[in-house]
Design a protein around this ligand. Structure first.
Ligand code: UT7
Length: 333
């Protein structure tokens, strides 16, 4: 089949992020559950994570990240025609957090919806927006990854509560010359492993009755070891797919921004891709696993630190519950 060259490309024109103020350190967690700074640090690479304030929900953090991205892009709310929010911790089941953010921003022309792809939510959102922009369905899209995971953690379960953090990251996307901006994207899922990471309560299968609450169904359930093995393989595979599609090699990558679930997973991925450590953006030590927010937060911090420059080739790769995984290869212009 002849591949038709796209007439227009899509790129990030603004990047923003937001982290809540409150820091929860491993030492704080030592006082809450049977764990240690040593265990958490050596098994995951996490030293501390951020926790949303009591009155702070996902839409509040998404709004802050969005405003920063829009200022960076020089884009006003009236210009945005699409808002996609990747999250598994929406303010409520519906309306979507994207609709709540739309109203707060005053982006009255936008179509707004959430994407549920767990830790891959940002990658999925960017991929959707890229398709919409390159086919002329959108001219200016806001994509946010946001999580308030502290609200769905059981702080008596040491196997989950030490891993996750809260925060938001956002990008504004517009069209660009073909061959610039997003070079390739990839998404895949495997629902047969859903039980490795899920939240049973609050949906139509198990509404939040007093009995369901008693069983702790409002909290994240995770089988970390199963996820670990799958994560490295899937992230390497997704990375190779986007590199191949763009006719690039891993040595052409200036920065790898992987989902930040575990520093050992990140290391496994970069070693298999033969990407040197200095090219890998890692912030898990300070923010923990922020699921859909992890890649855009890391991207935002890297930009703020002056690491990412115009012309940088950036490989972003995500993996999460579902299972879901995917990658976006970007030449930042
Ligand atoms: O973001 C979405 C995708 N998420 C992931 O990809 C997460 C992938 N998985 C992981 O990152 C790792 O599997 C974990 C960090 C979750 C766990 O690390 P592990 O090396 O796989 O440890 P484990 O689950 O095999 O547990 C080893 C031991 C167990 O004790 P026993 O059974 O050997 O006596 C656990 O009970 O460590 C124990 N343990 C803890 N000990 C102290 C589990 N959590 C803790 C803890 N503190 N917080």
């Amino acid at each position: 089949m002849i591949k038709q060259a796209k007439e227009t490309g899509a790129t990030f024109v603004g990047i923003g992020y937001y982290l809540p103020e409150k820091v929860l350190s491993n030492f704080d967690l030592e006082k809450m559950v049977d764990t240690s700074d040593e265990w958490i640090l050596t098994r995951t690479g996490i030293r501390e994570r951020r926790v949303a304030a009591e009155n702070e929900a996902s839409s509040d953090m998404a709004y802050r990240a969005a405003v920063m991205a829009m200022e960076d892009a020089g884009v006003g709310a009236e210009e945005i025609d699409t808002i996609i929010v990747g999250t598994v911790t929406p303010d409520m089941l519906f309306p979507s957090t994207a609709c709540i953010v739309q109203d707060r921003l005053g982006a009255v022309k936008a179509a707004a919806f959430d994407v549920t792809a767990a830790c891959s939510g940002f990658i999925y959102g960017v991929t959707l927006a890229q398709s919409m922009i390159t086919t002329g369905k959108s001219r200016c899209a806001l994509i946010v990854g946001v999580e308030t995971l502290s609200r769905i953690l059981d702080f008596t379960d040491r196997t989950t509560c030490v891993l996750f953090g809260d925060g938001a990251g956002a990008v504004v996307m517009k069209s660009c010359k073909p061959g610039e901006g997003i070079l390739s994207t990839f998404m895949q899922s495997d629902g047969s492993y859903a039980e490795l990471l899920y939240l049973p309560g609050g949906g139509s299968r198990s509404p939040l009755t007093p009995e369901a609450l008693e069983r702790g169904e409002q909290y994240v359930k995770m089988r970390g070891d199963g996820l670990f093995k799958y994560a490295v393989k899937a992230m390497v595979n997704a990375s190779k797919k986007v590199l191949d599609e763009a006719n690039l090699k891993s040595s052409d990558v200036d920065f790898l921004i992987p989902h930040q679930a575990n520093v050992r997973i990140i290391d496994g991925v970069r070693k298999r891709l033969r990407i040197p450590k200095k090219k890998v953006i890692v912030n898990i030590d300070r923010v923990g696993n922020t699921s859909a927010a992890s890649i855009p937060i890391a991207l935002g911090e890297a930009k703020e630190q002056g690491l990412i420059q115009k012309g940088s080739t950036i490989l972003m790769v995500g993996f999460g519950g579902g299972l879901t995984w995917g990658a976006v290869l970007l030449r930042y212009v």
